[in-house]
Design a protein around this ligand. Structure first.
Ligand SMILES: Cc1cc2nc3c(=O)[nH]c(=O)nc-3n(C[C@H](O)[C@H](O)[C@H](O)COP(=O)(O)O)c2cc1C
Length: 202
């Protein structure tokens, strides 16, 4: 029996179309429950967490790694799998997710630097985690190679020691042929990739 944490952070859930990455995560969750009914699912929407609405800055650095940070880290240490559904906002993932990452990247807790372990390299401490990302963007993935959200997120969690599997990239939602589709119609063409992700996370 495993524990899986599902995180969503779309800023579009209240829009007419609704959230594409959120819908993809719903499909993932439905299939995951069918396949692994004995597993425990924990869910988080970063929009709903008050302390994640503030970014790290010079006024709060001293208190940034507070009990909230420790609670998020402990949660990550207590689960076996993590799936993060995110979208692109101005060539990056939403600030909400950056704030979450800033809360959980804590030296000595989720990684150690080379000068901590003397081995000539850093070591990630979230080795318990198998991690996957579902990302959504308006443009086709090749349009903005400088804004490679999946590789940034994958690299971050590899640094943290996790076993990161291939992301599902829901790209092109705003192109002329796709923008008139509902979120259900748009995500439909990625259904097999979402199913594969359920299997990969076994
Ligand atoms: C404020 C804002 C900024 C956006 N910036 C980008 C962008 O830089 N590149 C892009 O390809 N799409 C961009 N988009 C489009 C979204 O990434 C796209 O609609 C995505 O499918 C939304 O996923 P979601 O519904 O899960 O949030 C932006 C959308 C909004 C609302």
């Amino acid at each position: 029996m495993s524990k899986i944490l599902l995180i969503r952070c779309s800023i579009n859930s209240k829009s007419k179309r609704g959230s594409i990455s959120g819908h993809a995560l719903d499909l993932f969750k439905k299939e995951y429950i069918e396949k692994y009914p004995q597993d425990t699912i924990i869910e988080k929407d970063l929009n709903k967490i008050d302390f994640l609405q503030v970014c790290i800055n010079e006024n709060n650095l001293d208190t940034w790694f507070d009990q909230n940070s420790k609670d998020l880290i402990n949660e990550l240490k207590s689960v076996d799998k993590l799936v993060v559904a995110t979208s692109m906002v101005n060539f990056n993932f939403p600030s909400l997710l950056k704030n979450y990452i800033d809360k959980i990247c804590l030296a000595g807790e989720t990684f150690v630097y080379k000068y901590d372990n003397g081995k000539g390299g850093s070591e990630g401490l979230l080795k318990n985690l198998k991690v996957a990302f579902i990302t959504s963007q308006g443009s086709p993935v090749e349009y903005y190679p400088f804004s490679a959200i999946p590789s940034n997120l994958e690299g971050t969690f590899r640094f943290l020691g996790s076993n990161v599997v291939k992301s599902v990239i829901l790209d092109g939602s705003k192109t002329p042929t796709e923008s008139t589709k509902t979120k259900e119609e748009f995500v439909d063409k990625f259904k097999s990739e979402i199913s594969n992700l359920v299997n990969t996370l076994n």
